[in-house]
Write a protein that binds this ligand. Structure first.
Ligand code: URA
Length: 242
């Protein structure tokens, strides 16, 4: 489908529609190697090669952001030869090249996984420097004590690592053990399991229930995935203080 050159230029983000017109009339734009100064010129965005300052221009595809409710038994990767991945759960109509999970949950952990093709956004929400909290509910095979809550708040030594301050709050007791809410601002390998392991406790169930200020949609069944709205995306990237 052909479109007007100035409209194509504006869509690439190099200038506004008005600014693009000026670039054309100033003779700064080439189409298939030839300078074009005519404002009515039409181009085919797929076939024609449009360049500015020797650089080829293309319209970036809009990035996508999905919330997945991860079931157990699925690995947090884009591809795996032997096991189903979280990206395999993305339905055909939402699938596109370059999708990956922004952050990993263990194979037996369930809940909120954000799947995107936006590397910059993923880096931002995962970086410990950004302090985006990730909230989990964990069932452990024993008691969650006030001492543990106080230790988590200071940070816990797990092997070689010392965690950032985290939050632990006991939620309820069951015959199997206690449920607790854990809030982390980083994602060290098996972090929650290792933090409870310091106290001799085993994590029996682990579910991520929130990223930033966005809770997992309670209407979203396990194994299903849906697009996030712009407002929801903003909530993922926001911290408690804001
Ligand atoms: N901590 C863990 O131990 N496992 C996860 O999947 C997430 C956090």
């Amino acid at each position: 489908m052909q479109e007007r050159l100035q409209k194509f230029l504006a869509r690439t983000g190099i200038a506004s529609r008005r600014g693009a017109e000026k670039l054309i009339t100033d003779g700064k734009i080439r189409v298939n190697g030839v300078v074009v100064t005519e404002l009515g010129t039409k181009v085919d965005p797929v076939k024609d090669k449009v360049s500015y300052n020797g650089k080829m221009l293309k319209v970036e595809a809009k990035k996508v952001y999905y919330m997945l409710n991860k079931p157990k038994g699925v690995v947090s990767a884009s591809e795996d030869k032997n096991q189903p991945t979280v990206v395999d759960l993305v339905p055909q109509n939402l699938w596109r090249k370059g999708l990956f999970p922004a952050g990993r949950l263990d194979k037996d952990t369930t809940g909120f996984v954000l799947i995107t093709d936006d590397g910059e956004f993923a880096h931002d929400i995962l970086s410990p420097k950004k302090h985006i909290p990730k909230t989990y509910h964990a069932l452990v095979d024993g008691a969650i004590t006030e001492r543990m809550e106080a230790d988590f708040a200071k940070g816990v030594r797990i092997g070689e690592d010392f965690t950032l301050p985290a939050s632990l709050k006991k939620l309820s007791s069951t015959p199997q053990g206690d449920w607790g809410e854990v809030i982390l601002k980083e994602g060290l390998y098996h972090q929650i399991k290792r933090m409870f392991g310091v106290y001799g406790l085993k994590v029996l169930e682990l579910k991520r229930v929130q990223m930033g200020k966005l809770p997992l949609d309670p209407q979203l069944p396990e194994g299903k995935c849906r697009e996030l709205s712009e407002e929801e995306l903003r909530l993922v990237a926001s911290r408690e203080e804001e």
